[in-house]
Design a protein around this ligand. Structure first.
Ligand SMILES: C[S@@+](CC[C@H](N)C(=O)[O-])C[C@H]1O[C@@H](n2cnc3c(N)ncnc32)[C@H](O)[C@@H]1O
Length: 209
């Protein structure tokens, strides 16, 4: 057993204690918009699991699945779900999803796409596992956007605007990278009909099968 925690373990701990707590309102807003009332929902790059948890909360007819490549993130996702039976987390790459075709009614990826070295196979895989008419929502923070008061839970002035803006600039996508991602989505099996919208302080692509 290593004496020092790995970089991945420290990153996951920082995420669990920071964004994963103060973005709770954002997860709720997004879950209300991208979830499904029944059937299966896929959270791509689930991290600490909150989008999947909120989509499944209070909806007994829904099964939410969160996938991620990071053991450290999935450790916290399992802890956060607190035994909910309709939420499942699995270690899996979004470019190789081990679910059959047409498993999911809806799918979303929040703040994960900036990690994707090759987004093309990910759009193709999510398209494969969605039902006809199903939607894949891809959210990334917009560094140009203002801090929306009600999308962030602030306690004792934390997080300050300056920190939030720095995080967006670091982890969000600038206009050029966003345009590249959109072009990949349009060239994927989702086809050219990809909507490019704003939701809160995020940009999102809405890809319909
Ligand atoms: C910044 S975190 C966001 C987590 C969560 N979606 C949220 O909004 O709190 C990005 C996550 O995407 C995951 N990720 C990146 N590439 C992935 C891939 N190809 N397949 C699955 N997960 C991936 C990372 O491991 C990380 O946990």
């Amino acid at each position: 057993m290593p004496l020092l925690p790995s970089r991945a373990a420290l990153t996951a701990l920082a995420y669990q204690l920071g964004p994963s707590r103060y973005y709770q309102p954002a997860y709720r807003f997004i879950a209300a918009d991208v979830g499904t009332e029944q059937g299966c929902f896929l959270d791509v790059g689930t991290g600490t699991g909150w989008l999947a948890i909120h989509v499944a909360s209070g909806r007994r007819e829904v099964d939410a699945v969160g996938i991620d490549t990071s053991d450290a993130m999935l450790h916290y996702a399992e802890a956060n779900k607190r035994g909910r039976l309709n939420v499942t987390f699995r270690k899996m790459s979004a470019s190789d999803i081990v679910y059959p075709e047409r498993t999911f009614e809806s799918a979303a990826a929040v703040q994960s796409a900036h990690h994707w070295a090759e987004p093309g196979p990910i759009f193709a895989e999510v398209h494969r596992v969605l039902v006809e008419g199903g939607r894949f929502y891809v959210y990334e923070a917009d560094p140009e956007s203002a801090v929306p008061a009600d999308w962030i839970d602030r306690r004792g002035g934390f997080p300050p605007d300056a920190l939030v803006r720095r995080q967006w600039a670091k982890f969000g996508m600038d206009a050029a990278r966003w345009a590249e991602l959109r072009a990949v989505a349009e060239a994927s099996p989702f086809g050219p009909d990809v909507a490019d919208e704003r939701h809160g302080f995020y940009r999102r692509l809405v890809c319909t099968k």
